[in-house]
Design a protein. Structure first.
Ligand code: FES
Ligand SMILES: [Fe+2]
Length: 349
């Protein structure tokens, strides 16, 4: 009911009710994670949750600010406030905070601007807006760069965002599903199709400077590509470029044309068993029919969601002796091993 009078005894580094193992939380906090689409942060503050930490995201003329969603005065959620001019204004007593998180006005104090103590400021985090997504890092120094996706560094009108969704699943379970090929002829037979229950040739996983990559051929059962090539089926090559820890760019290229569809999937680990999905796509021709591709993405996600949410344990096993592996799991095995060997995730403290 009461916090201790001993200020220094409180653990201020982990979020309250943290659902992650403490050592994993600290390691994950040092990566960039997507927290909102840029277009969703306009003239009102937006609430987000990353690694069990409640955040407020707001925009002023100096750019986007990400901070703890807690007013330093009496702890009210700042995302319940509003933007007024260049300030975020708390809904409770109206304290004003500028784009740097500094308090600039206390309305109940006359001439407050001269009397505001320096420490009256929000706890802010580094943030970057790229590919239409706002990314934040909870530690002062990121251990790994943002995904490098030049294909998505295009005009906003040529880049399309799939509405966000939350999955009751852990982020790495979603990532493995996105990079899993063996489920296509079972789960996606009604969307992009293929030979029901078909097999895959062996493939190689390569290590890159950002993560892992591999390519596989596939015969899609429908022709969904707007490149003028006739035919009911299309032979394609899928290339996956995974950036640690939770972002993947998928290149879908029909082998008989120059057309390429670029589909980026990056997920926010909201809690250890809750994941918010951010997906952005474009193509080599300027996306002539974005609604088609939007519906295509929503259908495919829907086909995957219930299955991934059913996976037990929801935590990704990082000891490769756990769970059985089939040859098509080469990517998943490399992913699990890398999370441990490169970043120490899953290791005991
Ligand atoms: S709680 Fe925010 S201004 Fe008082
Ligand atoms: Fe899938």
């Amino acid at each position: 009911m009461f916090l201790s009078t001993e200020h220094s005894q409180r653990d201020q580094t982990l979020p309250r009710d943290c659902t992650f193992r403490p050592s994993d939380w600290h390691k994950l906090a040092a990566f960039w994670h997507p927290v909102a689409f840029g277009h969703d942060v306009a003239d009102q503050p937006v609430a987000a949750k990353l690694l069990d930490l409640n955040l407020v995201i707001y925009r002023t003329s100096s750019g986007v600010t990400v901070a703890d969603d807690q007013c330093p005065h009496r702890g009210v959620r700042l995302s319940m406030g509003r933007i007024q001019g260049e300030n975020l204004v708390c809904a409770m007593h109206g304290l004003h905070y500028d784009g740097q998180g500094r308090c600039t006005r206390i309305p109940s104090v006359q001439d407050s601007a001269r009397r505001i103590p320096k420490k009256l400021c929000l706890n802010t985090y580094s943030c970057v807006e790229r590919y239409g997504i706002i990314w934040t890092c909870l530690k002062s120094k990121a251990v790994w760069p943002l995904p490098d996706w030049p294909q998505l560094e295009t005009s906003a009108s040529n880049r399309h965002c799939v509405p966000t969704d939350e999955w009751q699943a852990s982020a790495p379970r979603h990532v493995e599903n996105f990079n899993d090929i063996a489920h296509f002829p079972w789960v996606h037979i009604d969307s992009f199709g293929g030979e029901e229950g078909g097999s895959f040739p062996p493939y190689k996983v390569k290590t890159t400077k950002y993560g892992l990559t591999f390519s596989v051929p596939y015969l899609e059962g429908f022709n969904r590509f707007p490149d003028g090539v006739e035919g009911d089926e299309r032979e394609v090559e899928y290339t996956y470029q995974l950036t640690f820890p939770f972002s993947t760019l998928l290149l879908v290229k029909p082998v008989d044309s120059d057309y390429v569809h670029y589909f980026a999937d990056s997920v926010c680990p909201v809690s250890s068993n809750k994941t918010k999905i951010f997906q952005v796509f474009t193509d080599s021709q300027g996306v002539k029919d974005p609604d088609f591709w939007l519906n295509d993405a929503l259908t495919i996600n829907n086909e995957d969601k219930a299955l991934v949410e059913s996976q037990q344990p929801f935590e990704l096993p990082l000891d490769t002796r756990d769970e059985l592996h089939i040859p098509a799991d080469k990517m998943a095995r490399s992913y699990r091993k890398s999370l441990v060997s490169k970043f120490g995730l899953g290791l005991s403290d």
